[in-house]
Design a protein around this ligand. Structure first.
Ligand code: ZN
Length: 218
């Protein structure tokens, strides 16, 4: 079975860090190399499973899940603030995702949970664990998912090729890119990347029309 290894996580485990809480706490000190590595792992997975476009379907992720021996459970109804969850216990390996998610966010959630399977599955989970800064294990899963679906380099290249039409603002260009590529990336990731790349200021995304789009992603 193809299983990319996280060198950072393995190193922390070799220091005796066996729980997700310990690993996450240490990662907060310097998360950048971990994030760089996770994006690299995502590109390896992308290549191994021959994903070539940013339009990733649920069926693409199902194929990877099957190859990885992950059971997919589509959960009916809505649970507040929960999109998906990863389980690896005596019952087996399974990912639960909310059935009502639109396809893009569903694909993104499945990709997020795939990172937990590949990288965090042998760490002890953190029940009721709270942290006052973003948890690198979770941030890393989002970065992994985004890179698996639409690698940053390709995103930046495609964005540069979109060009500007008269009267177009940066948000129009982003939305045209999303439409043209059919990228299965939530609007939130488009915003985060655009801000990070200096393509648009964060303040621009406070418009209600954009907020509505992010909300519709769940
Ligand atoms: Zn997660």
């Amino acid at each position: 079975m193809f299983r990319p290894i996280s060198r950072v996580t393995e190193r922390l485990k070799s220091y005796g860090m066996t729980t997700a809480a310990q690993v996450a706490a240490l990662l907060t000190l310097d998360p950048e190399p971990y994030y760089v590595e996770l994006k690299e792992l995502a590109r390896q997975v992308r290549e191994h499973y021959a994903l070539t476009s940013p339009r990733i379907r649920c069926s693409d992720l199902r194929k990877i899940y099957r190859a990885q021996g992950i059971e997919l459970i589509l959960w009916p109804g809505k649970v507040r603030n929960v999109r998906g969850a990863y389980f690896n216990d005596e019952w087996g390996v399974a990912v639960m995702v909310m059935k009502e998610l639109p396809e893009g966010p569903l694909v993104f959630t499945m990709a997020h949970e795939l990172k937990h399977h590949l990288v965090d599955s042998d760490l002890k989970p953190y029940p009721r664990w709270r942290f006052d800064q973003p948890n690198p294990i979770e941030v890393g899963a989002d970065l992994f998912a985004a890179e698996l679906i639409y690698p940053e380099k390709a995103f930046e290249f495609d964005l540069g090729r979109m060009g500007r039409r008269v009267g177009d603002g940066p948000l129009d260009v982003l939305l045209r890119l999303k439409k043209k590529t059919g990228a299965s990336l939530p609007h939130r990731i488009f915003r985060e990347r655009a801000v990070l790349m200096g393509f648009a200021p964060a303040s621009l995304f406070r418009m209600s029309s954009w907020l509505k789009l992010e909300k519709a992603d769940w």
